[in-house]
Design a protein around this ligand. Structure first.
Ligand SMILES: [Zn+2]
Ligand SMILES: [Zn+2]
Length: 141
């Protein structure tokens, strides 16, 4: 995590976005605007190809196989924060006070009380399945 920089435009986060080409632009822009206002916000994961997804499944970081996750079509991010207690990058209070109010209706956060799954860091594009059917989002390798 030390590779991340709280300068409001973390280059390591950009590298994660660039890991697979064509990350969904509106989600990336939303996060980068959010990071400008809250430089402590970072991502640990954005797109995930086949191998990354199956490895995440094995270490139980994901319940989905390749093709079943919004990460596989470049339409999800996992967020953490670098401030306060450095040993706790997933402080529930930060997500509630800082992240939750910044979310947009077109995003789904798995930390919300009504979320379909419980996964505090995960934010995805609400319509990703539809966008995938329309060919706007594609599986990343
Ligand atoms: Zn970062
Ligand atoms: Zn996720």
């Amino acid at each position: 995590m030390s590779l991340h920089n709280n300068d409001g435009d973390c280059q390591y986060c950009n590298k994660i976005f660039d890991r697979y080409p064509n990350f969904y632009v509106p989600l990336r822009k939303w996060f980068k605007d959010f990071q400008k206002l809250h430089p402590e916000a970072h991502i640990s994961c954005a797109g995930r190809g086949r191998q990354d997804q199956e490895e995440a499944f094995i270490r139980k970081a994901s319940r989905a196989h390749y093709g079943q996750s919004s990460h596989n079509v470049n339409a999800a991010i996992d967020i953490f924060e670098l401030q306060g207690n450095p040993k706790d990058i997933y402080e529930r209070s930060w997500f509630d006070k800082v992240l939750a109010p910044a979310l947009l209706p077109e995003l789904v956060w798995y930390g919300a009380p009504n979320a379909p799954f419980k996964e505090l860091p995960h934010v995805e594009v609400r319509s990703w399945k539809e966008l995938r059917m329309r060919g706007i989002l594609k599986l990343v390798e």
